[in-house]
Design a protein around this ligand. Structure first.
Ligand SMILES: Nc1ncnc2c1ncn2[C@@H]1O[C@H](COP(=O)(O)OP(=O)(O)O)[C@@H](O)[C@H]1O
Ligand SMILES: [Mg+2]
Length: 1038
């Protein structure tokens, strides 16, 4: 409801569409002023009413006076309660809602038919729609909404003022959790107008439920209840007002709604059945008639209703009849039964009907409360939850004939008006004083005096009524009236026929008293006051009801009640006490007011009755209310709350103000450029005179919020990222240190291993010459390994490469083995790769080496010179010789042959064949020596070219040993030795060689070292000796 005022001021969050809607709405709202505070001529009643009228004509039924909402009943459906529209009021601006120190409550007042109940329903709808829901709050929300039709069916009725008039007071608490979702509810009910059950004024009806049941009840149900469909006129309790049907009410539809609501709320079928049995019982009770027999004894004249009743209530019909016509009196411990007069029986019947219905209604409210109760008490009691109370109570009522009920109802309204005065007008002015603010005092009518007239102890009307009820003897309604006259004589607000004079006297009946209520004068007829206040139900009837097997009745009537001897509180005192409690509740909360105004008496849409409205405006004190507000300030808030909300608008107060609160507010206000007439600073509060000043401030805040949000966001994000970063850093460090640990440990292990290895190595080195055992095996292995590796790296590449690593002592043997292996390998390799000629060459060279090495001086020079296949070309040899030899020639060389006689030198050729050595002169074969006959070969150890072939002299064919000389003596001798296989028969002489000459003679060749080569025949021994000089240092002698 509060939101309605400030819908224009909502911050637009959803962009353009919403803006358009907003502006359309506010354009409509510009009819008149939407807040009376903005009214130019605020002292004029006419201007006030004109504003209401103009707005009413446009369908704008709500107008504010500051925080009080004035509502004028439109008597037609408006389209302002759509869900869409409700959405717009979500997020009401804060400044209408005070800080939630206290719970809130909404007080709806206004006379009967002004629209209080409708307003309360709209508020409930608004809250249940607008508030967020949790899954489990969905049912609570439904139940809250559905509690209304049920209560209205049983507690509302058509009156002359209102077709749906509440005949009971209702205060409903809606509980919200910390998120604002409705989580429960609780209903307090006040004084149901029970008299209506048995009697209705002309043009009025009984409670809706009776008609609904008859109109809408399903056939089987009605049958069970012994009722017939659509027969209100057959029921005595429904015909008193002579108004069974009302055009604005569809009872049939009403039944469906109630039936459905009962199920949603969670009533069980048996309970609904029992409840309907009670409703039906009341109807049957109404149809029960009595008569007097000749002896004047009262008896029941209508059998069927009693039978139905006994059937429905589960009590014996006879017992019931007896109880309806007799009363039990306990006197001096003895129980006596005395018959009732016809009148008493009728009254007893009616009081039974009222009692059953009244208690069933209370039971119904209890059931509703059970179903609405928030189950989780712990949760509810937590500070996070909040409560909004909603008071919809019967409005001020004036009829032609006003009775006890109107007295109570109007007293209640008097109390509410008092509360309103206390909380708005009075407290407002007191606040200015307390805050030391200069203001203009506004006079207003304080209805306290009327409240006291009614409720004062001993002297008040209620006290006097109770006193009269208790008085034994001839106490009656008339004696009560007299008592009032005696006691209240001269009271400004109390008049009776007797007390008044002239015109007034005429207007007051003899059995009436008049109260001058704040809302107007009301005449109350005292008839029935005592009875209604006593609210007596004969003991006899109570006993019967206690025996009932209807589950609801048995819950409503207890045996203990019968035992209790104390007199129960009178009806009006109960009402007074419950009202006092209600006032305490309301006082403890922060109330918001909805003041309902009835535009006309005819329930007509669009008709605005000036007189009627003016009257209401007056008694509701709306003008005073406005004047007080205008004299003062539109808005006030204690410094702390104000600063807390707006501090962000001034750099000096944002984010925190550390000095005095008052100084902070002053700084803030100065920064906001408030004009001096716009505000005042009180002792603890700031007062802002015009709403627009506040609006501007609020708008600025809304704009600022954006940037605050960004700042908060950035710092929050920064914080979050920092936290994340620190976490990551920690993680990184942890991983790093772990990894470093691993690495470190690994390194340490390596070092240790290395140290161990070195130690083992050194130990092994020291013990290297010991036999292999664990202490030195590592070293030895290492030595072996490294030596082998060394060998591997330095293996000789060729046969001639004699290099070889020095082996350690322990591997001498192995080294040698490897070396020889290696050499063999190389040789093998070499051999495999060698050419046949070269092989031959080498074989011959080997033979030469074997024969001549270190034996003959010229050998070393011969080594590098290669042996050749032959020193003679084939052409150089005579063809004839070749033919003779059969081309068996392997080797040929030119030689000098020294004769055996005379040692003359002759040029010859020496040819070597496969089987013999042949000496050739031109074409003549001079001498042939078969290898088999060759005895040996002799050469000197010097550098000469002599070689002698020894042959056997006994053979006559042989001419003796051959003395030859050539340039390639080593080559020739080697080849010959190889061919003749005489390698071991080569004789190398140091100084002389003896040789055989034919016929047993012997020659000698002496070799003498000299500077050149000469062959000299010895003179001393002419036949035997030859001297020969070779080279400079050699001399050879033959
Ligand atoms: N806001 C409203 N919109 C439409 N009709 C309304 C509105 N308020 C009241 N009425 C009409 O006025 C009648 C009486 O209203 P109600 O709230 O029962 O009065 P009260 O509770 O003050 O006695 C309702 O039945 C309804 O027809
Ligand atoms: Mg009502």
């Amino acid at each position: 409801m509060r939101g309605m005022k400030y819908r224009r001021r909502e911050v637009c969050l959803e962009g353009g569409v919403r803006l358009v809607m907003e502006s359309a709405l506010s354009a409509r709202d510009r009819v008149g002023v939407q807040d009376f505070l903005l009214l130019e001529n605020y002292n004029s009643e006419a201007a006030f009413i004109e504003n209401l009228r103009r707005r009413y004509r446009e369908g704008l039924i709500y107008t504010y006076i500051g925080s009080v909402l004035v509502s004028v009943n439109p008597y037609r459906e408006l389209e302002i309660y759509s869900k869409q529209n409700m959405e717009r009021h979500r997020g009401v601006n804060f400044y209408e809602i005070s800080p939630h120190i206290r719970d809130q409550c909404i007080l709806i007042s206004g006379e009967s038919g002004a629209g209080k109940t409708e307003a309360s329903k709209k508020i409930l709808q608004y809250y249940t729609h607008i508030c967020p829901t949790r899954n489990n709050t969905q049912t609570i929300r439904e139940r809250l909404l559905q509690s209304n039709p049920v209560l209205e069916a049983f507690g509302n009725a058509k009156t002359l003022r209102n077709d749906n008039s509440s005949r009971f007071g209702k205060y409903m608490d809606i509980q919200f959790d910390y998120k604002g979702a409705p989580i429960g509810g609780h209903i307090l009910n006040y004084l149901l107008e029970k008299s209506r059950v048995a009697h209705q004024n002309h043009g009025e009806r009984n409670f809706h439920i009776f008609y609904q049941l008859l109109e809408g009840g399903e056939e089987p149900l009605l049958k069970r209840l012994c009722l017939e469909k659509t027969t209100p006129q057959h029921h005595h309790y429904l015909v008193k007002g002579n108004c069974p049907r009302v055009s604005s009410i569809s009872d049939k539809n009403g039944w469906k709604i109630v039936r459905n609501a009962l199920s949603i709320i969670g009533f069980e079928e048996e309970e609904i059945q029992a409840l309907m049995e009670i409703v039906a019982s009341v109807l049957h009770l109404g149809n029960t008639q009595f008569g007097e027999d000749e002896e004047g004894e009262t008896h029941v004249t209508t059998e069927p209703p009693v039978q139905f009743l006994s059937q429905l209530m589960g009590v014996d019909a006879l017992v019931l009849k007896e109880a309806l016509t007799h009363r039990k009196i306990v006197a001096k411990g003895e129980e006596m039964i005395s018959p009732l007069s016809l009148e008493q029986a009728l009254s007893a019947r009616d009081s039974m009907a009222k009692a059953i219905y009244g208690r069933a209604f209370t039971w119904l409210v209890q059931k509703l409360n059970q179903s609405l109760a928030f189950k989780d008490e712990v949760y509810y009691s937590s500070k996070c939850s909040s409560v909004i109370g909603l008071l919809d109570i019967y409005g001020f009522e004036v009829f032609q004939h006003n009775s006890f009920e109107q007295f109570c109802i109007n007293y209640c309204n008097e109390k509410l008006q008092q509360l309103f005065i206390e909380l708005t007008l009075k407290s407002e002015q007191e606040e200015y004083e307390a805050e030391g603010i200069v203001w203009e005092r506004v006079e207003y009518f304080n209805n306290k005096v009327i409240c006291e007239l009614v409720e004062e102890k001993h002297k008040g009307i209620i006290a006097l009524l109770d006193e009269e009820c208790l008085r034994r003897g001839d106490a009656s309604d008339i004696t009560f009236l007299e008592k009032l006259e005696d006691t209240l004589v001269g009271h400004a607000h109390f008049v009776t026929h007797k007390m008044a004079n002239g015109k007034v006297r005429k207007a007051i009946g003899r059995e009436e008293f008049r109260l001058l209520h704040y809302a107007g004068e009301v005449n109350y007829n005292v008839n029935g006051f005592l009875d209604k206040n006593n609210d007596l139900l004969y003991r006899h009837l109570k006993e019967v009801l206690c025996q009932s097997d209807n589950p609801v009745v048995s819950q409503c009537f207890h045996e203990e009640e019968l035992m209790d001897q104390r007199r129960p509180e009178s009806a009006v005192t109960q009402f007074k006490l419950s009202l006092a409690k209600l006032m305490d509740i309301l006082m403890s909360k922060e109330p918001s007011y909805v003041r309902c105004i009835k535009p006309n008496d005819g329930k007509q849409p669009g008709r605005f009755d000036d007189v009627l409205v003016r009257h209401q405006v007056k008694y509701l004190g709306l003008l005073e209310n406005l004047r007080v507000r205008r004299a003062g300030f539109a808005y006030r808030r204690n410094y702390e709350a104000f600063l807390e909300r707006y501090k962000s608008l001034c750099p000096d107060t944002w984010p925190n103000w550390h000095g005095e609160l008052a100084d902070g507010v002053a700084t803030l206000v100065k920064h906001l450029n408030f004009k001096p007439e716009e505000y005042k600073l009180g002792r603890s509060k700031i007062f802002i005179r015009f709403p627009r000043t506040l609006f501007m401030t609020e708008d600025a805040l809304q704009a600022q919020k954006q940037s605050i949000a960004v700042t908060l966001q950035t710092s929050w994000r920064g914080y979050r990222e920092r936290v994340k970063y620190i976490q990551i850093r920690h993680a990184v460090i942890a991983i790093q240190s772990w990894w470093r640990g691993v690495k470190g440990r690994r390194k340490a292990r390596h070092r240790r291993q290395a140290a161990d290895t070195i130690r083992r190595f050194i130990k092994g080195f020291i013990l290297r010459n010991e036999p292999r055992f664990p202490d030195n095996q590592y070293f030895l292995d290492h030595v072996r390994f490294s030596f082998l590796m060394k060998i591997k790296r330095n293996l000789p590449k060729s046969v001639l490469d004699k290099s070889w690593p020095n082996p350690p002592p322990s591997l001498l043997e192995a080294s040698e083995l490897i070396r020889s292996l290696c050499t063999r390998n190389l040789v093998n390799d070499y051999c495999r790769r060698i050419q046949p000629e070269w092989k031959k060459q080498l074989e011959q060279k080997v033979v030469a080496s074997e024969i001549f090495k270190a034996q003959k001086e010229s050998y070393p020079q011969s080594v590098p010179k290669l042996f050749v296949a032959s020193r003679l070309e084939t052409e150089e040899i005579n063809l004839k010789v070749l033919q003779t030899l059969g081309h068996d020639n392997k080797y040929g060389i030119a030689v000098t042959k020294y004769d055996r006689h005379g040692f003359r030198a002759r040029v010859r050729q020496l040819l070597l064949t496969a089987s013999s050595a042949v000496l050739v002169q031109e074409a003549k074969i001079k001498q042939r020596i078969d290898y088999g006959t060759l005895l040996g070969i002799s050469v000197s150890s010097l550098s000469d070219g002599f070689f002698i072939l020894h042959v056997p002299t006994a053979d006559s064919k042989q001419k003796g040993d051959l003395v030859l000389q050539c340039d390639h003596v080593i080559e020739v001798v080697t080849k010959l030795a190889v061919m003749a296989e005489k390698m071991h028969n080569v004789n190398i002489s140091q100084d002389s060689i003896r040789f055989a000459v034919a016929r047993g003679k012997e020659g000698v060749i002496d070799f003498i070292r000299g500077s050149d080569l000469r062959v000299v025949k010895s003179k001393n021994q002419p036949t035997h000796l030859m001297n020969q000089r070779q080279h400079p240092s050699h001399e050879q002698m033959i």
